[in-house]
Design a binder for this molecule. Structure first.
Ligand code: AHG
Ligand code: MN
Ligand code: MN
Length: 336
C-alpha cells in the first residue's frame, strides 16, 4: 500500500491528541492561518493576471511604500482570523496599531502577529516571498486587550511559522517541539507533511547578508565577513559561498534546509535604529524556528528570544543560523 500522506490537519490533530502539545483553540488558529496563506498563495500565483502587482501608493507606519500584495495579504489574514473565536487581537507590519477582534465575534485567548508579505521588493520580479507569523497567549490577569499585552519576549511564543510562495508553496511550523514542513498540494487543496524534525547543521560555508551595506557595518560584522571572504587563504581556512534573496523568510528557509548564517546587522545609515528587521513579527518567529532546528539567533550580543520588546514595531539587529557561526559573530562583539 502506498504510504499515506499526512495533511496539516491530521498532523495538528495527532499532536493535540497524543501529546497534548496543542490546545484546540491553537490548532484552529494554525489551520486558519494556513488557509489564509493558501489564499495569499493563489493571489501571488496570479500575478499580473490578477492585477495584484505594483505599488498601492500608500505608506505603512514604518514609512515604507506599500505594495498591493502587502495590503491584500494583510486583509486576507485579518478576514480569515477575526471570526473564529480563537483570537483576542492581531498586529501586523502593515497596521499602525493592534486590531482587536470586533465585538460581534467571540474573543479568544491568543494574539497573532504577522508580516503578511515579507520580501516585498521581490513581488514584481517574480522571486520568492512569504508570510511570517507569531502566536502569543494574551495575559489573563485583566479584561480587554491592549498593545502592552503583545509586548512579550519571543521565548513566550506558543507557535511560530512562515509560508513561502516560491516554486512550491511551503508552510514551516513550530509549536515548541521541533520544526515541521508542509507542501501545498494544489490538486487536493491541502498542506501535506513533507519534512519533520528539521535540523540546521552547526557548521556552514555559506553566508547571507546585503553586502552593499558593508561600509556601514560595525567592526565585529566587518571582521566576520572579511574572514569569510579571505577563504582558504584567511584564518577560517575554507572558502565561503554567498546567497542573498532579499526576503528574510526565503533566506532563512534556505538555512533551515541546508545550513548557513543570515545577518541583517545594525548599520550606520540610520544609527538611531537598532536594525532594519522587526523584532516581533520577523526576528522572533524566525529565531524560534531556527533554535527549534538546533541553530542560534542573537542580535550580536544577546539571544533574540530573551529581548523584552518595548513597542510593537521595534527593530532589531539579526544574526541567525548555524550555531557555531552565530556564536563566532556573537563572540566577535564581546569586548573581552
Ligand atoms: P518587508 O518586505 O516585509 O518590508 O521585509 C523586507 C526585509 C527582509 O525580508 C529582507 O531581508 C530585507 O528587508 C531586505 O532589505 P534590503 O534589500 O533593503 O537590504
Ligand atoms: Mn518583512
Ligand atoms: Mn512585509
Amino acid at each position: 500500500m502506498a504510504q499515506q500522506k499526512i495533511s496539516l490537519t491530521r498532523y495538528l490533530v495527532e499532536q493535540q491528541r497524543a501529546d497534548g502539545l496543542i490546545p484546540g483553540q491553537l490548532r484552529l488558529l494554525l489551520e486558519v492561518v494556513a488557509r489564509a496563506c493558501k489564499s495569499i498563495s493563489m493571489a501571488v500565483n496570479k500575478g499580473d493576471l490578477g492585477g495584484v502587482l505594483g505599488s498601492a501608493d500608500s505608506e505603512n507606519v514604518q514609512g515604507e511604500v506599500q505594495k498591493k500584495l502587502d495590503i491584500i495579504a494583510n486583509e486576507v489574514l485579518i478576514e480569515a482570523n477575526e471570526w473564529g473565536g480563537h483570537l483576542a487581537a492581531m498586529a501586523s507590519e502593515e497596521m499602525d496599531s493592534i486590531y482587536v477582534v470586533p465585538n460581534r465575534y467571540p474573543q479568544g485567548e491568543y494574539l497573532l502577529l504577522f508580516d503578511p508579505l515579507d520580501g516585498s521588493s521581490n513581488i514584481d520580479v517574480n522571486v520568492s516571498i512569504g508570510t511570517i507569523f507569531s502566536v502569543l497567549k494574551k495575559p489573563d490577569d485583566h479584561p480587554g486587550v491592549h498593545e502592552a499585552d503583545f509586548l512579550q519576549a519571543g521565548a513566550k511564543q506558543v507557535a511560530a511559522g512562515y509560508c513561502i510562495y516560491g516554486p512550491q508553496t511551503t508552510l514551516v511550523l513550530t509549536v515548541g517541539h521541533g520544526v515541521a514542513m508542509f507542501t501545498l498540494d494544489r490538486e487536493q487543496g491541502s498542506f501535506v507533511l513533507t519534512k519533520e524534525n528539521i535540523q540546521i547543521p552547526a557548521d556552514t560555508k555559506e553566508f547571507s547578508v546585503n553586502m552593499s551595506n558593508m561600509r556601514h557595518w560595525d567592526e565585529p560584522v566587518k571582521r566576520y565577513i572579511d574572514e569569510c571572504l579571505a577563504g582558504t587563504e584567511g584564518p577560517r581556512g575554507k572558502d565561503f559561498n554567498m546567497r542573498w534573496i532579499a526576503s528574510m523568510v526565503t533566506d532563512v528557509h534556505r538555512i533551515l534546509m541546508r545550513g548557513g548564517i543570515f545577518m541583517y546587522p545594525w548599520d550606520k545609515r540610520e544609527p538611531g535604529k537598532p536594525g532594519k528587521l522587526r523584532l516581533m513579527y520577523e526576528a522572533n518567529p524566525m529565531s524560534w524556528l531556527v533554535e527549534q532546528a538546533g541553530g542560534a539567533a542573537t542580535n550580536g550580543k544577546e539571544r533574540i528570544l530573551d529581548l523584552q520588546p518595548t513597542k510593537l514595531h521595534e527593530r532589531v539587529s539579526v544574526v541567525l543560523g548555524s550555531k557555531n557561526e552565530v556564536e563566532r559573530v556573537t563572540r566577535y562583539h564581546d569586548p573581552l
